[in-house]
Write a protein that binds this ligand. Structure first.
Ligand SMILES: *Cc1c(COP(=O)(O)O)cnc(C)c1O
Length: 359
């Protein structure tokens, strides 16, 4: 059957008025990929590890799950300007769904994004530009940008579409439903990168709802990973100047801090940190051994699983899902830099190419 996006599939869990015009670009239904290379490097007996590749969503990240719900609800309630602060993917997604809204009867829909002055991966910025949003780069980090858009959204007609908007969390919880359907059961462990902490909150909500209605007979242990240079939840205090190569999780004061801690606690899980070295090592492994192209931030879930396995925290016979939150094509610079790529040079003839290859 034709896939028509996650609101179509999960409407009864989403509290969307049935007369709403749905703003969907067919998000969701992303691949769950078996990961033998990760199973092997963990060195624990009989693991089943899968990668949930959220980079396959229309704008290339899981943010689309939240955005289809947040923008459908905002637009149908008469709001016309979608605003967000973003390390890149929220703005790409908000801009995409606003563009679609303009073509289905909401001609006045606009998208305004605030980006931090630090590094935003070029592909994400390119998306926000191409989808047609207004972009303001502020002289400050993500946390400052979020403070400003919260203020801005008090103006008439404006919707805040960051994950502090509960509709975002509602949409994102559908990923937990999908995982259970694809596996035919609940995983034992779910490993996930943590930035502003909306996504771990959303998955946990999804698993709890499926458990409560009897669709699954257990809930997974939630293990979340921040980058060591921006690990406020692990440190127990906000980080003034967060730093990490994983720019999508470069956040010093997560908006959903408490609910992330609750998800970890209620599920007997934990939130830990992984270093940029561990992130890059996992990032390279995911590409070179699984053929999957994810962002550095996404690789934190795999880096965290590997770290946990080495620490003896992963039981034998577990089924584990690692969430790959975004598509690596957004950030080709990191792929080239971390592999220290230099092209081999040759003259334009077969002999010279054979020689350059050392054949
Ligand atoms: C937004 C994002 C994250 C972090 O998700 P939170 O809900 O902010 O914790 C991780 N990876 C990627 C690629 C993202 O875009």
């Amino acid at each position: 059957m034709l896939w028509q996006g996650l609101i179509h599939k999960y409407q009864k869990y989403l509290n969307i008025d049935k007369n709403s015009k749905i703003i969907s670009i067919c998000e969701g239904n992303t691949p769950l990929i078996k990961a033998p290379a990760i199973e092997k490097i963990c060195g624990v007996k009989n693991l089943s590890v899968y990668l949930k590749f959220e980079g396959a969503n229309p704008s290339g990240s899981f943010k689309d799950r939240g955005m289809t719900v947040a923008i459908t609800k905002a637009i149908n309630s008469g709001l016309h300007t979608m605003v967000c602060a973003s390390t890149g993917n929220t703005s790409a997604s908000a801009a995409a769904y606003t563009a679609y809204a303009r073509s289905v009867g909401f001609e006045n829909a606009k998208c305004v994004v605030l980006i931090p002055d630090g590094y935003v991966a070029l592909g994400k910025l390119a998306q926000a530009i191409a989808y047609g949003s207004k972009i303001v780069q502020i002289n400050g980090n993500f946390d400052k940008a979020l403070d400003i858009v919260k203020e801005l959204s008090k103006e008439a007609g404006i919707a805040l579409v960051n994950s502090v908007n509960p509709d975002r969390i509602e949409g994102q919880k559908t990923a937990a439903f999908e995982v259970c359907e694809q596996l035919g059961k609940s995983p034992d462990i779910l490993s996930i990168p943590v930035g502003n902490a909306g996504n771990i909150t959303a998955y946990w909500k999804g698993f709890c709802e499926y458990f409560a209605e009897g669709s699954i007979n257990k809930k997974p242990q939630m293990i979340g990973f921040q980058a060591a240079g921006s690990a406020p939840i692990v440190l127990g205090k906000a980080v003034e100047n967060p730093e990490t190569i994983a720019t999508a999780i470069r956040i010093g004061n997560p908006a959903s801090w408490q609910s992330a801690v609750n998800a970890a606690k209620e599920s007997n899980g934990y939130i830990d940190a992984v270093t940029d070295e561990e992130i890059i090592s996992a990032y390279k492994l995911i590409h070179s051994s699984q053929g999957v192209c994810c962002e550095p931030a996404s690789a934190a879930s795999v880096a965290g699983l590997i770290k946990s396995a080495k620490l003896g925290k992963i039981p034998e016979n577990s089924t584990i899902i690692c969430i790959l939150t975004g598509n690596g094509l957004k950030d080709p610079e990191t792929a080239i830099k971390t592999n220290e790529f230099k092209p081999m040079k040759a003259e334009a003839n077969i002999d010279s190419v054979v020689k350059a290859l050392g054949l």
